[in-house]
Design a protein around this ligand. Structure first.
Ligand SMILES: [Zn+2]
Length: 392
């Protein structure tokens, strides 16, 4: 099955970006017959957009332009965006939640010497932070910076064995002192610092490396599904949601579920890939390129068993590759959605992601295609009778 790219797709790359992108594609053939170049251009914009928790506006703007005129738009009141597509029936209401935020940093203090002390937004492990580039967004613009580290030459044997703690880290933007940081750069406490990393197509062109796959890949899939629904008579109402602040406590899922009042919930997110050295299959079971991951358990949700059976049955019927996945150390937006009001049968569809929660994570194109196809199949077949069957 090919990955569908709808008509009239809007792209937002600057001329400079486009030139840069073109150089990527020399010799690249279409994958599955779809327009890889257009899709990758869209993914580049989504992943490179800055959008740490609480600062998701640019991601929201991208989604809004992409689905402009193709779905009814509304909002919750803390930043989430809701796209509504009414089919030939009005029940059930299906919510597809993809969080727009990425993990990052917020400046909390400027030292006398002009270094920026920060707090982390979302779950970071110290070992992947030191020496990494960030972009600091201030009222005066965007400025490159780096999370400073001591060179090994001056570390004692004892120090080398220890992990530097987040509280001892700082961002260096090249300011001379605190006054310079405030005046030339416009830094104030509360400014966001965003991981810096370029979207990169790997030697195997189905494998894509970028920052923020968690969860811009979910946003991309949600947008793709909503677009495809324009060509399909689905017996329900589908709400595609870009939620805010998932990484700091599934907050936008809570508020957007209140706006929608869904009957069925799906979180579209990423999960830890278990196919790298040192990761055992009882720690993480999903593998890149083996299909969309369907969750059997995570720390925030026991997925609705009948809904899961319905979805896996559909995947088998349509020959869409899938794998079962569990996450003991994490949750998704579905963790909040399923507890909304009297409860909402919910499930998580994930894209296996290597090096999740770091500056450079890797996903596989085929898994995105499978997730998109499966969600479209759900929208095509989940009618009121089926919904009653699920909850009774
Ligand atoms: Zn995450």
């Amino acid at each position: 099955m090919e990955l569908y790219v709808g008509d009239g797709l809007v792209f937002f790359a600057t001329a400079a970006n486009k030139l840069h992108l073109d150089s990527y594609y020399i010799g690249l053939v279409d994958i599955g017959g779809c327009n890889v170049k257009r899709m990758n251009s869209w993914l580049k914009q989504l992943t490179e957009a800055p959008g740490v928790s609480g600062y998701e506006q640019k991601v929201k703007d991208l989604l809004k332009s992409r689905l402009d005129g193709k779905a009814e738009v509304s909002y919750d009141r803390i930043g989430s965006i809701i796209f509504k597509k009414t089919g030939i029936g009005s029940e059930p209401k299906i919510m597809l939640a993809s969080h727009m935020d990425e993990i990052g940093f917020m400046i909390k203090h400027i030292t006398k010497e002009g270094f920026l002390k920060f707090t982390t937004l979302g779950g970071w492990w110290e070992q992947v932070m030191l020496g990494q580039r960030v972009t600091v967004f201030t009222a005066k613009g965007e400025f490159p910076g780096v999370i400073g580290s001591k060179p090994p030459h001056i570390l004692s044997a004892e120090e080398r064995k220890k992990m530097v703690e987040k509280k001892d880290m700082y961002i260096d933007i090249g300011a001379q002192d605190d006054q310079d940081a405030r005046e030339r750069f416009g830094v104030v406490p509360g400014d966001a610092a965003v991981p810096y990393s370029e979207f990169t197509i790997m030697g195997n062109e189905k494998m894509l490396m970028a920052k923020a796959w968690d969860n811009r890949v979910g946003c991309a899939i949600m947008a793709e599904v909503m677009e495809r629904l324009n060509h399909i008579a689905h017996p329900n109402i589908v709400f595609g949601v870009g939620t805010v602040q998932e990484e700091v406590g599934l907050r936008g899922a809570t508020t957007s579920a209140s706006v929608i009042n869904p009957d069925i919930g799906f979180a579209i997110d990423t999960c830890v890939a278990g196919d790298t050295p040192g990761v055992t299959s009882d720690q993480a079971s999903s593998k890149l390129g083996k299909g969309v991951a369907i969750s059997i358990f995570d720390a925030s949700l026991i997925p609705h068993a009948k809904l899961r059976q319905f979805v896996t049955g559909l995947a088998e019927e349509r020959k869409i590759p899938y794998q079962l996945e569990f996450t003991e150390g994490g949750g998704t937006d579905a963790g909040k959605i399923h507890l909304h009001d009297a409860g909402v049968p919910s499930l998580v569809l994930s894209i296996p992601t290597r090096y999740i929660h770091s500056h450079n994570s890797i996903i596989h194109w085929d898994d995105c295609q499978a997730a998109t196809d499966l969600l479209v199949a759900v929208a095509e077949t989940l009618d009121y009778a089926k919904y009653r069957e699920l909850i009774e």
